[in-house]
Design a protein around this ligand. Structure first.
Ligand SMILES: *Cc1c(COP(=O)(O)O)cnc(C)c1O
Length: 398
């Protein structure tokens, strides 16, 4: 592809030098184009010119590799990083990243003390969490950075409108005691990917009321934020001080019914490819893969693609998933197995070692993650995020 490769990351995100693992001989690889990621961050910043940008890198950056993606996003001007769990946020700090990091998915007894000492912004949705973070701050002899989350209608985390005034008052009291500083107020949309959905305006109204309540109670947060990728792209009135972009930063449209990545100036970051483990002639009437859900219609060439559901290729895409082999789109023949699947090359030929591209940006004629999402009855978020740790990430455009 003519781009320079820096390093390969193997299982569990542990960076390894290439050593014995010759990159040209990989069984499969997820090529991660960090130049595309940086340009996506720039495109998203241009969409929300008066707001900061939080690069959401939870779930190993949606399968793209958390630390390299976090660094690339910061280089491109992201001012914040967002993680779901405190463990993810602490891993960013362990990698030496000093930018502001928010994490939001806590359970009782979580690593509050470590988070306070690492200067993470922690999210509090309920009084039990405020109590735990205040105790950790007292024990550490530091002020915890706390962001309060309002449930404006999603029905997951966040304080309900009826609980919000009490949570705000308790947070203000903890501020007065020097235990916490309320750095942010935020919420999350339920249906931002369906522009015009009535819940969007309703949630915005509830959020504005929650902000006023907090203001009246004396809270002066650094940032107020609500927009995920779809709201960043389609709802400027939701941008507030910060937009929290995940999937769009990885070059996937969060609103495929409105437009693909190119319509929003985005470019897919991940390309998933593999090298054929076998290509062989078989007679007509030959059953293929478990259950024989596919039978060759005539004498043909079968190619074996050595990735399966353990690598994140959805078994739901059995008989439907698209893959570019020998210059053409093919369809998974029969079932996707744990480690491999088969494609029927019809009258064409191929050799073991030839490249099969499952998805990528699409400009070499390959399918996209969105195509796989349609084939498997899911969303492209899930396609990229589930690519397994057995698939090395190869970073280009570094
Ligand atoms: C995952 C997540 C995001 C990012 O959502 P995208 O649709 O991928 O942009 C933003 N905020 C919160 C709270 C999230 O959990």
């Amino acid at each position: 592809m003519g781009r320079q490769t820096r390093h390969v990351t193997v299982a569990q995100g542990r960076p390894e030098t290439l050593g014995a693992m010759d990159e040209t001989n990989l069984r499969a690889q997820a090529t991660i184009d960090l130049a595309a990621l940086r340009s996506n961050v720039a495109a998203l910043r241009a969409r929300a010119p008066r707001s900061g940008l939080m690069a959401v890198v939870k779930a190993d950056a949606y399968g793209h590799g958390m630390v390299p993606c976090a660094r690339a996003a910061l280089e491109a001007g992201a001012g914040w990083l967002g993680a779901a769990t405190p463990e993810e946020a602490l891993a960013l700090r362990a990698a030496g990243i000093t930018a502001p990091v928010l994490c939001w998915l806590w359970t009782p007894g979580g690593p509050w003390r470590a988070a306070v000492e690492a200067d993470l912004d922690v999210t509090v949705s309920a009084l039990w969490a405020l109590r735990e973070v205040s105790e950790a701050a007292a024990a550490a002899g530091r002020t915890a950075r706390v962001q309060l989350k309002a449930d404006t209608g999603l029905g997951r985390n966040g304080a309900q409108p009826a609980e919000w005034p009490d949570l705000v008052a308790a947070a203000r009291a903890a501020e007065a005691a020097g235990l916490v500083k309320v750095t942010g107020l935020w919420s999350h949309f339920a249906c931002a990917d369906e522009p015009g959905h009535p819940s969007i305006a309703a949630q915005l109204a509830v959020f504005r009321t929650a902000l006023e309540t907090a203001e009246r109670a004396g809270l002066r947060p650094e940032v107020r934020h609500m927009a995920n990728s779809p709201a960043t792209l389609t709802l400027p009135e939701a941008h507030f001080d910060l937009v929290r972009t995940g999937v769009a930063m990885y070059g996937i449209s969060p609103v495929p019914q409105v437009g693909g990545p190119a319509e929003f100036g985005l470019r897919p970051v991940m390309t998933l490819s593999a090298r054929l483990a076998s290509a062989k002639r078989v007679p007509g009437g030959h059953g293929v893969s478990y259950g024989h859900h596919y039978t060759t219609p005539g004498e043909t060439t079968l190619a074996l693609v050595p990735v399966g559901y353990a690598d994140g290729v959805p078994r739901h895409a059995s008989g439907t998933g698209p893959v570019l082999v020998a210059g053409k789109w093919r369809t998974v023949a029969g079932r996707v197995a744990m480690d491999q699947f088969v494609v029927d090359l019809g009258g064409d030929s191929a050799d073991a070692g030839d490249e099969a591209v499952l998805f990528g940006p699409g400009d070499r004629g390959e399918p996209t993650a969105e195509d796989w999402a349609r084939a498997a009855g899911t969303i492209a978020y899930e396609i990229v995020t589930r690519i397994g740790t057995r698939v090395p990430r190869v970073y280009v455009g570094t």
